[in-house]
Design a protein around this ligand. Sequence first.
Ligand SMILES: [Zn+2]
Length: 62
Amino acid sequence: MVKEKACKKCKLIVEGPNCPICKGNEFANVIQGKINFIDINNSIIGQKMEKTHNGRYAIKIR
Ligand SMILES: [Zn+2]
């Protein structure tokens, strides 16, 4: 199983070497809670979290 990591900037859960949204390469390995946005434009939670891209995000990272 691939160890999941979350982008420190936008909290997107990333499998590759770079974040596809912000192109960042700093990741947090401790993920507490996940949320999956499939229709970000109609998601109140997504807008509250100021997300603009669909995908899986960590709620809290360390
Ligand atoms: Zn990012």
